[in-house]
Design a protein around this ligand. Structure first.
Ligand SMILES: [Fe+2]
Length: 243
């Protein structure tokens, strides 16, 4: 084995050991981001809620550090662009060309990241559940049923080259579609809404899964809170779904 491979394995093992040593049932704290209009929403469940599918250390770093960084960057931008903090997030992301060129790219990345991760924490939950009612009917009508939907969604997430997201978008008349976006781009940029989505950035899974994105995509279904998804579906149809 090359020394590079040994170092890689050592780092991976160290990461797993750190994850194992993480205290149980610790709620992630909002990071100490620069004060401003944007905040990281606290997780409504403990960081170890999804083990073994998503480990607590990944949840802590993902929520506190990665989402925290997007929020800190937004608050820094908002210091000189206060309108960012007073406009609705879907309105800003749906009209990026209205922004000055010096902040457009940073807002796209950081507000997109804030919106995507806010949705992501919301649609996960610790108790396992299955889709039912109108959401299940829409999945059967538009996505070929649960088995085909999950297979197609996982395949789309696997095909997304590099960092990005795989979403189910929802129209106001309730129609569903699987769509991917690179980086922190979001369907909100196209005036659409995400019913749900999975983060396929390596930061979402690398400590536990390393290069095995396909395994992460499969395991992630165990973390979906379908009652929250049903709430979002109803809100989308009512025209009240935010991010
Ligand atoms: Fe992420």
């Amino acid at each position: 084995m090359s020394s590079l491979s040994r170092r890689h394995l050592f780092r991976a093992a160290a990461g797993l050991a750190a994850a194992a040593a993480t205290p149980r049932a610790v709620l992630a704290q909002a990071p100490a981001a620069a004060a401003g209009p944007f905040t990281v929403p606290p997780l409504p469940y403990p960081t170890n809620a999804f083990e073994p599918h998503i480990d607590a250390r990944t949840m802590e770093i993902h929520h506190d550090k990665h989402h925290g960084a997007y929020v800190a960057n937004l608050n820094a931008i908002a210091k000189t662009n206060p309108q960012l903090g007073t406009s609705a997030v879907p309105d800003i992301l749906g009209n990026l060309n209205a922004l000055n060129d010096d902040i457009k790219f940073a807002v796209r990345n950081n507000l997109g990241g804030h919106a995507n991760h806010t949705m992501f924490w919301e649609i996960m939950g610790p108790n396992g559940s299955k889709p039912e009612g109108e959401v299940l009917a829409a999945i059967e009508r538009d996505l070929g049923g649960m088995e085909k939907f999950q297979t197609d969604f996982n395949a789309a997430g696997g095909r997304q080259f590099g960092s990005g997201w795989v979403f189910v978008t929802v129209t106001k008349d309730g129609k569903l579609a699987i769509e991917t976006r690179p980086n922190q781009d979001t369907p909100l940029m196209d005036g659409k809404r995400a019913l749900l989505g999975n983060d396929v950035w390596e930061h979402a899974y690398y400590l536990n899964y390393q290069n095995r994105r396909a395994d992460y995509l499969k395991a992630w279904w165990n973390t979906v809170n379908w009652s929250k998804v049903a709430e979002r579906y109803a809100a989308a149809r009512a025209g009240t779904l935010g991010v």
